[in-house]
Ligand binder design. Sequence first.
Ligand SMILES: [Zn+2]
Ligand SMILES: [Zn+2]
Length: 231
Amino acid sequence: MNSSHVRPETMSKTEDRKTTEEFRNSCRTEFMAPPYSGKAHVAFLIVFCSSGIVLSLLNVQNLKQFEWLTVPISFLYSNLVEYLAHRYPMHHRWKVISIAYDRHTGLHHRFFTHEKMNIDQWKEVRAILFPASLVILFFGIFLLPVLWGLSVLVSTNVAWLFSATAFAYYFLYEALHLTYHLNLPGVECLRLLHRIHHNPRLMRQVNFNITFPICDWVFETYSKSREPDSV
Ligand SMILES: [Zn+2]
Ligand SMILES: [Zn+2]
């Protein structure tokens, strides 16, 4: 998980002329080289999310019936956050959080195209999962103020249920995204949607939900067609 010498943001500027295969090879030998470990990165994801879920649920006490509503509402809210973050900062360079664009459009979409979706080696998960440091930072910046607000304005149980759902949703997001690029069975429909999104001509137009295409359906960016011209 430690940064290695070449970072994707510098790579995208200096290696623009490289073909996809040359880009993939240079990532493998530099950006994904040891001390980075793909297995350690996946282990971090599992430990971070399961700790977050368990610690949040341990704080829930004397739950009232209406407080259960927090779970479906938080799920839909997370689906909206996933959609907006992917559609805008991850596909349009915004100065304040340009790292989101560099990691997603500059690295992930360049490493995996609709013609070459599969992971060949463990270390390639570095082109899929968010970096551990960024995950911790984002959860700190975005989750803590919401938890504080919910505990003050509604109840502590609602705050902790929101927290548990947020950790679970984030795990679902990364796990499903990995599943698509590992070509594992059982999620063919969702994988097809994501593969269409990986077409460079479509990546700013359709299928921004990585998990369930609820917001894609609401905002009319859902597409099951394969050809850019038919969108
Ligand atoms: Zn992807
Ligand atoms: Zn994308």
